[in-house]
Ligand binder design. Structure first.
Ligand SMILES: *Cc1c(COP(=O)(O)O)cnc(C)c1O
Length: 403
């Protein structure tokens, strides 16, 4: 490809697509480890991993080798045929899964993993009602959007969305009231991500398990953002609570599109043949990337590393004792810095200082870094975050708020 200026690339990107995303104004062209490079050669420390996708950072040699080898062998293999690499990947994934989850439906994204879970719950229970949490995020296809709590995403589509009851996250009494004999499923994130990084109290997940079991409803955990990142393979393992269905996507293949819905034997065997399917789901390329990702997470001990590095990151952020920081929340390398000001100007100031992170809610700087980052990377990040906060504080007297 011929080299184009940043301005040209950014302009084309905005002109050729509908204006749905808040743009960051730079063009990323290359990544290596925890670093991303823009079209001007400027490098950025990646504390967002593309919304939690790149657990092993960018261009990880093991994942790249697996993708290249599989691309030269077989890219596509419909699920009506068995596949060597798919079988190996599923064996690996299920060996790490919470107790009782023994089968997997494969798709291509987080929303698809959620759609499948909801359809399976409707099909297996023959019931209609779904209960979800306020401020929860489950994706933006119609079924997933129905479960998503954010009014901004839901409002234009209310007339066509399946009915979902939303209860306050963490409120076991409200959940107890909302779930009845008509409820097909309860869907929850073990840590709310988009809402602003709110880890559930283990007792809430235990209550959700008990209530759904008592009423004959299914329990779905949406671990699209939490899987592999919180210091356990799956966040629900911290609480020792296993759902009937579990959704995974984002980090599962380190950047190759993939979605997975894990199921119990009971749910799997109750599904009528043909009720769901996907042309690309379970393709050998994604499975090869997924297998290499899981093997690397295991061989390089990155799950305990996430726990240890997350604790260090949190401690260093708290040590800033910065007046603009209200709270630092999280689990493992899924962290939220809740500010006493809006997050977007701080994110912009961080980007100008070579660090990329994400917003969550209005006031939270969300950190979803690759699990391969080092303490030195964290120290670098904390200095830059501190500088960005200082710049904001210095500018805030003179209408320094920007969007
Ligand atoms: C990102 C996300 C989704 C949707 O995933 P997509 O791949 O964007 O469709 C669903 N649930 C949770 C918890 C997420 O963080």
């Amino acid at each position: 490809m011929t080299a184009r200026s940043t301005a040209t690339i950014v302009q084309l990107d905005e002109m050729l697509q509908p204006p749905l995303y808040a743009k960051r104004g730079i063009a990323l062209v290359r990544g290596e480890g925890v670093w991303l490079y823009d079209s001007d050669g400027q490098r950025y420390l990646d504390l967002m991993s593309n919304y939690g996708v790149n657990l092993l950072g960018h261009a990880h040699p093991r994942v790249t080798a697996a993708i290249v080898a599989q691309a030269g062998r077989l890219l596509s293999c419909h699920q009506s045929f068995a596949s060597d690499v798919r079988a190996a990947f599923l064996e690996k994934l299920l060996s790490l899964a919470p107790h009782g989850l023994v089968r997997v439906f494969l798709s291509n994204s987080g929303a698809e993993a959620v759609e499948a879970a909801l359809k399976f719950a409707w099909a297996v229970t023959g019931r209609r009602k779904i209960v979800a949490a306020r401020r929860g995020y489950h994706g933006r296809t119609l079924g997933a959007l129905a479960a998503t709590g954010e009014p901004k995403y839901r409002q234009p589509f209310l007339a066509v969305l399946p009915e979902v009851t939303h209860v306050p996250y963490g409120d076991a009494v409200a959940l107890e009231t909302a779930v009845d004999q008509e409820t097909a499923a309860v869907i929850l994130e073990p840590v709310q991500g988009e809402a602003g990084i709110y880890p559930a109290d283990p007792s809430f997940l235990e209550a959700a398990r008990r209530i759904t079991r008592d009423r004959g409803a299914l329990l779905i955990f949406d671990e699209v953002q939490t899987a592999f990142r919180t210091g356990a393979w799956f966040a629900c393992q911290h609480a020792g609570v296993s759902p009937d269905l579990l959704c995974v996507a984002k980090g599962l293949a380190n950047g190759v599109p993939i979605g997975a819905t894990l199921l119990t034997e009971d749910v799997a065997l109750a599904l009528p043949p043909g009720v769901h399917g996907s042309t690309f789901g379970g393709n050998p390329l994604a499975c090869a990337a997924g297998l290499a990702t899981l093997q690397t997470l295991e061989d390089d001990h990155l799950i305990p590393a996430a726990k240890e590095l997350g604790a260090y990151f949190r401690q260093q952020l708290l040590a800033l004792r910065h007046p603009l920081v209200r709270e630092v929340r999280g689990l493992g390398l899924m962290l939220g810095v809740d500010l006493k000001t809006r997050a977007t100007p701080v994110l912009k100031a961080m980007q100008e200082r070579g660090v990329l992170a994400l917003p969550a809610g209005t006031t939270v700087v969300r950190l979803l870094p690759p699990l391969i980052l080092t303490r030195e990377d964290i120290d670098f990040a904390v200095v830059r975050i501190s500088e960005a906060l200082e710049a904001l504080r210095a500018g805030s007297g003179g209408g320094g708020e920007r969007d």
